[in-house]
Design a protein around this ligand. Structure first.
Ligand code: UDP
Ligand code: MG
Length: 145
């Protein structure tokens, strides 16, 4: 089967809580190849481009504050590209549902995520591309040549 690539962002909540190592260990178990990785100080512009399709959602502003680290002490994001058979689905399954409390408790979001009752922020630990097409678009955005 053709190799597939996908983007993972370990979000500032996870970095601030020293959970990045645990997340990466969980992802190692999927036997995909890590082909790129970097620490990113995410600016508003990049966050807004990344979540462009959600611009009209009521939670958009908070989502941008989450990704830029504004809600977590200006912490960075760890961006990783994984490659391998069914990489998109494998990582989405390992991540779990968007809402951390609805996510299977063995998934990354189920294990490490929470909803902050003061900000209502879904501290859901990671972003994972949802299709092959979006993965390619997102990889271009985060890993400019
Ligand atoms: N999100 C939120 N409230 C919602 C839905 C989504 O705060 O009701 C945030 C959450 O951080 C999520 C991101 O918006 O990861 C992107 O939403 P999407 O529907 O793409 O979910 P995902 O693909 O991350 O599971
Ligand atoms: Mg999504």
């Amino acid at each position: 089967m053709e190799k597939e690539r996908t983007l993972v962002l370990i979000k500032p909540d996870a970095v601030a809580k020293c959970l990045a190592g645990h997340v990466i260990t969980d992802l190692y178990n999927l036997k995909l190849k890590m082909i790129a990785m970097k620490l990113v100080n995410v600016k508003k512009e990049l966050a807004e481009k990344h979540y462009e399709s959600l611009r009209d959602k009521p939670f958009f502003e908070k989502l941008i504050k989450h990704l830029t680290g504004e809600l977590h002490g200006k912490e960075n994001v760890i961006a990783i590209v994984y490659e391998g058979e069914n990489a998109v689905k494998k990582i989405r399954d390992a991540a779990g549902k968007t809402h951390p409390e609805e996510a299977d408790f063995t998934s990354i979001r189920g294990k490490y995520g929470r909803v902050d009752s003061r900000t209502d922020c879904f501290e859901n630990v990671i972003h994972a591309s949802d299709s092959r097409e979006n993965a390619e678009k997102e990889i271009k955005l985060w890993f400019k040549k």
